[in-house]
Write a protein that binds this ligand. Sequence first.
Ligand code: 13P
Length: 249
Amino acid sequence: MRTPLLAGNWKMNGSTDLVEAFGRTFAETKLTKEVEVAIFPPFPYLESARRAFDSTPLRLGAQTLNPIHFGAHTGEVSGQMLCEFRVRYALVGHSERRQLYRESDDQVFDRLLAALTVGLTPVLCVGETLEERDAGRTMEVVMRQVGFVMSRLEPEQRTQVVIAYEPVWAIGTGRTATPEQAQGVMAAIRDYQASYSQELAEALRLLYGGSMNADNAAELLAQPDIDGGLVGGASLKVDDFVAICQSAG
Ligand code: 13P
């Protein structure tokens, strides 16, 4: 049985006030179902979030990490540092990092490996652009992104990875993939994992991301291969995010 994971990726948004609001609200909110919830704030808020979330079920995630543990890398943050703030998860390969910061598959892999090395759970983000979808290349693109990473991991490492399918055309656009579209791609990702082992495929947690909100979450999360969400915009409004978390399970 896979525990649903609802992850709020704040991107370069948020504030100390928002951290406090999440801490207060989630301390009082009873989540009806067995779900895991994590917030991925910008780095400067990790310490205040660690404190504010202490008496809540909220876990912490990081939006990226540098593959190197320490050294002369101005502006970068390592996985080892993140662990000091009780961070559990790290996003790797988010489409904004792939596109805006030109992160290659090799770099995505290095970051994912660095996360595993320090004991963080990597959330590998994959997804096609609108152009690729329109050209009928969705499966090819997504499977290449998944395969690039998975084929380079040891069997034991594969069991540690969470995968988020985020169609690029659905991110921040208000245009959500239909439950059928998302389910189709996510079932294919699980099938790919089954080529390594059926057990791995059944345990793999797969998240959908792309304009998930309080209105469409339940239908998406009801799909057999959608085990949670990676939520951007709607994770900045505490009531909306609570509603999303309550629709999982
Ligand atoms: P939105 O929910 O704002 O579309 O963002 C999705 C996303 O990119 C989460 O990582």
